[in-house]
Design a protein. Structure first.
Lengths: 184, 253
């Protein structure tokens, strides 16, 4: 069956029109994918960062809260060692888990009994002076509160360190001399 | 057929304007996204800086506790030192300049430097290299000097000495050595340095002559600390910490 001349003419016209080949489509897809890669990564990183920032902020606040709880305790309750601190009812404060927005923040506390060394200058009436070094024992604790939690793909931790001193009246037996006096 | 033809015609007409608009919009969008991705402009540095500032806050308040203890145990020596410092300040001299520079055996040592020089990083003979490198922001091993090193050396060798150091044998330094190892790791992690910057007696309590044989007098003392650490752009940044101490001291009439 012969086709009408009009249809043949139209088909020829279509053949002359520029069309997209498979290669062109593939190139366009590759360019598109390359362009979208940073976008996808950006969203991915954005979500990761959001989780990261939120969890670190929470962990920091948990650490601050817990170290403030420890600092508010009487000096005698801040027991040397790992997680040995007790509250006024003699209940252990650590380790503890605080659950915030579905994340478990594991809080622990380490206490070191410290002996600071202090240099003291005393002048005498002849215009000279003497420097002595003294160690102060049983009156200073180093407190470290550590918060651990499960981050994206790995366990993260944040620590705060501070010191607490016993400022009640002590005895001179807690202070001992280090080295020899230096006369000036 | 008529409709398709009309739309096609309309697109052809406007494509000269729409196409560049779409290209510019998408191009800038993708470029911005690439810049953000490649230069890692995200929230992590902000989190890091907040971690460091909180760490510095507690180190500064902790150092204030050690200083409070020293003032409490040696009130006469503190008073003598403050009298000298206050006298010098009234004469427009700068006693703190020498306190910052003094360390054992240095020419800057003076009667008023001993009480506070333990709380200033640029102090110890053990510490000169690291503290000078930090102060001048010079490169150590091809990278900027680390703050923690100066701090750690100071705390390690002097303020929290132990039985392995000079004159240490035979004494009980309790957890000093263990704490220093623990502290070093944390200081290196957050790279924070805390220095004492100023001490003021805001109020000096007066004795009540009509009182008993022993009385307690309250002095109000202000300690100012300054912490330094690196910010998001790896520049050094400072933070001030002011601690007030209501020092109750015993006075014998």
């Amino acid at each position: 069956m012969l086709l009408p001349i009009r249809i043949i003419t139209r088909r020829k016209k279509h053949l002359n029109e520029r069309a997209m080949s498979l290669v062109e489509i593939l190139i366009a897809l590759i360019i598109g994918a390359t362009a979208f890669f940073p976008i996808i990564k950006l969203f991915q990183e954005g979500i990761k960062d959001s989780i990261h920032s939120s969890s670190w902020t929470q962990a920091r606040e948990v650490a601050k809260n817990n170290i403030d709880i420890v600092l508010a305790l009487p000096f005698g309750n801040i027991t040397r060692g790992d997680n040995l601190i007790t509250d006024k009812n003699s209940a252990a404060l650590f380790p503890r888990v605080e659950k915030i927005k579905g994340v478990d923040y594991k809080v622990s506390c380490k206490v070191h009994d410290l002996v600071p060394l202090c240099s003291i200058y005393t002048s005498n009436r002849s215009g000279g002076g003497v420097t002595n070094h003294y160690c102060i024992s049983s009156k200073l604790k180093g407190i470290t509160v550590t918060v651990k939690w499960q981050g994206v793909g790995r366990e993260l931790d944040y620590s705060l360190v501070t010191f607490k001193s016993d400022l009640t009246e002590g005895t001179k037996s807690d202070i001992w001399q280090w080295g020899f006096p230096q006369y000036h | 057929m008529i409709t398709t033809f009309t739309i096609k015609k309309a697109i052809d007409k406007r494509s000269g304007f729409v196409l560049p608009l779409v290209v510019v919009f998408l191009g800038s969008f993708f470029t911005m996204a690439t810049i953000f991705y490649l230069f890692n402009l995200n929230q992590r540095p902000v989190v890091d800086i907040l971690d460091r500032s909180a760490f510095a806050d507690y180190i500064a308040s902790g150092m204030a506790e050690i200083l409070k203890l020293k003032v409490k145990e040696f009130p006469e020596e503190f008073r003598d030192t403050m009298k000298l410092i206050e006298f010098m300040q009234k004469q427009n001299q700068k006693p703190w300049d020498n306190i910052y520079l003094s360390y054992a055996g240095s020419g800057n040592e003076a009667p008023y430097t001993y009480f506070f020089q333990d709380f200033v990083i640029k102090k110890s003979a053990f510490n000169q290299g690291a503290s000078d490198a930090w102060a001048s922001d010079s490169l150590v091993g091809g990278k900027p000097a680390e703050a923690w090193e100066a701090h750690w050396n100071h705390m390690l060798h002097y303020l929290l000495t132990d039985e392995t150091a000079q004159y240490g044998a035979g004494h009980d330094f309790k957890d000093n050595a263990a704490f220093k190892a623990h502290f070093k790791t944390l200081l290196a992690k957050y790279n924070v340095l805390v220095n004492l910057r100023d001490v003021r007696r805001d109020h000096i309590g007066l004795t009540q002559t009509a009182g008993g044989a022993e009385e307690y007098i309250g002095d109000i003392i202000t300690f100012s600390f300054e912490s330094q650490y690196r910010d998001q752009q790896n520049h050094r940044t400072k933070r001030s910490h002011v601690v007030t101490f209501n020092h109750t001291r015993k006075f014998t009439n």
